[in-house]
Design a binder for this molecule. Structure first.
Ligand code: AMP
Ligand code: GLY
Length: 430
């Protein structure tokens, strides 16, 4: 098969790394790709949201399957446009992508379809929103800008002053542009977060193992939120009992709701859950693989990923399933100093090649924000690398991943040393 991966971050490197191992593959492309992806696929210089040029190119190159990594092209309608042209795509159309593209739509549908989620109210006006804060909550609330804001449009406010500031930033200052036309004010939930992903052809679901992201920049989950500073899989907090309830209460009602609306969802459904004991609530849905969750999940997959993605895109999963390794995996994100605020780019990165040659196949370095400048690999983004390792138990996987991180050098490199701290604490208690 001739396959195109749309995107150029750590998640897309992970997908290309895995698909490159498939015996069904004839040729692998990525648009725009990155220097890590370039080692296993041919990179095509077309931006991930340049739908028209991607489509033209995919038709000319007779691409059999296009796999869309990030949400933005899906929200813009890439999948609809490709399907009309007769191209097979893994990823939902515009209607299905509303699940991630519109927080208001999703909150309303969750309520309508009986999916557990925090209480909320929607506002178009700053003064209304502010008075709602005063009247209804007073304690901790969550303020969310409508629409995509690269994961930064959400503020978990510890009190009214912080909540009001967040409303002001979104609705008056327009920090997130158009996404500031509306806000959702939500009840603040406590507990532990877990990411649950399933591949779907619109009718059936193939569940992937659980994982847990670490959104805050600093150790101990302090400081501002980022795109994700590390992840591990599986997440022990996600018990068998929770898994069954999640399938019944979070995934099936959603798929049924989509079917009733006539939405044919072919791709990944990602549910971000907050769990507390036996209680679970959906914080958000995404319509793509998590980043960096994919970096921890995909290396655990024993079976071939390509037939699964192809069957889902074709609308018939045919009873396919995936096989997984029992070994846990941990991904640690190495970021540029200053991220998620401003940071410099262009620092040379050393140590990856040596590491890959010497490790015994249980370490993978996924590129997220890198570039080649004057023939050298340099930093080119906030999240630079996702270093993943797996081993027979979590402690060994952590030793392996951190000794790998310690061998990779670039100026200002920052990473959290406490990835998987919740799972370790849980192990100590048991
Ligand atoms: P979202 O983009 O909606 O997932 O929000 C981003 C992050 O904000 C989540 O991963 C949580 O850490 C946090 N968050 C969102 N909604 C809530 C909530 N209702 N209660 C507590 N934390 C939340
Ligand atoms: N790691 C969070 C996300 O992909 O949305």
């Amino acid at each position: 098969m001739r396959v195109l991966i749309v995107g150029g971050g750590g998640r897309e490197h992970t997908l290309t790394w895995k698909l490159a191992q498939s015996p069904l593959l004839e040729k692998l492309y990525s648009a725009p790709g990155n220097p890590g992806i370039a080692k296993v696929a041919e990179c095509v210089d077309i931006a991930a949201d340049d739908i028209e040029n991607l489509k033209k190119w995919a038709l000319e190159e007779k691409i059999d399957l296009t796999v869309v990594g990030p949400e933005a092209p899906l929200v813009l309608g890439l999948a609809d446009s490709f399907r009309v042209a007769g191209l097979k795509v893994f990823g939902p159309g515009k209607e299905g992508a509303r699940l991630e593209g519109s927080k208001v739509w999703t909150k309303r549908k969750m309520k309508e379809w009986g999916i557990p989620s925090a209480g909320f109210a929607v506002f178009d006006d700053f003064d209304d929103a502010r008075s709602h804060l005063a009247r209804f909550y007073g304690g901790a609330v969550v303020i969310k800008a409508e629409g995509l804001a690269a994961g930064k449009g959400v503020t978990v406010a510890s009190g009214p002053a912080e909540a009001e500031q967040a409303l002001y930033d979104i609705m008056i200052e327009r920090k997130f542009g158009e996404a500031g036309n509306r806000v959702v004010i939500e009840q603040c939930l406590s507990g532990e977060e877990v990411s649950v992903l399933a591949i779907t052809d619109g009718k059936s679901l193939v569940f992937l193992p659980s994982s847990q992201d670490h959104k805050a920049i600093y150790e101990g989950d302090r400081g501002p939120n980022t795109g994700g500073m590390g992840a591990y899989s599986p997440a022990p907090v996600y018990t068998e009992k929770l898994a069954r309830r999640t399938e019944e209460q979070v995934f099936w009602p959603l798929l049924k709701g989509f079917n009733n609306l006539g939405v044919d969802f072919r791709g990944v459904i990602y549910a971000g859950l907050m769990v507390s004991g036996d209680d679970l609530n959906v914080l958000e849905y995404n319509v793509r693989f998590g980043d960096p969750e994919a970096q921890a999940l995909i290396p655990r997959m024993k079976s071939d990923l390509l037939p699964l993605l192809d069957a889902a895109a074709g609308g018939d999963l045919k009873g396919l399933d995936a096989e997984w390794r029992g070994d846990p995996a941990v991904c640690v994100v190495m970021a540029s100093g200053g991220y998620p605020g401003s940071y410099e780019k262009g620092f040379p990165i050393e140590g990856i090649d040596e590491l890959e040659h010497e490790s015994d196949g249980r370490v993978a370095v996924f590129h997220a924000g890198t570039a080649i400048k004057d023939g050298r690999l340099v930093t080119n983004g906030g999240r630079v690398l996702g270093v993943t390792a797996w081993d027979i138990d979590l402690s060994k996987a952590l030793d392996r991943v951190y000794s790998a991180c310690d061998r990779i050098k670039f100026e200002g490199a920052y990473f959290r040393r406490d990835i998987a701290h919740r799972a370790l604490k849980r192990q100590e208690r048991e």
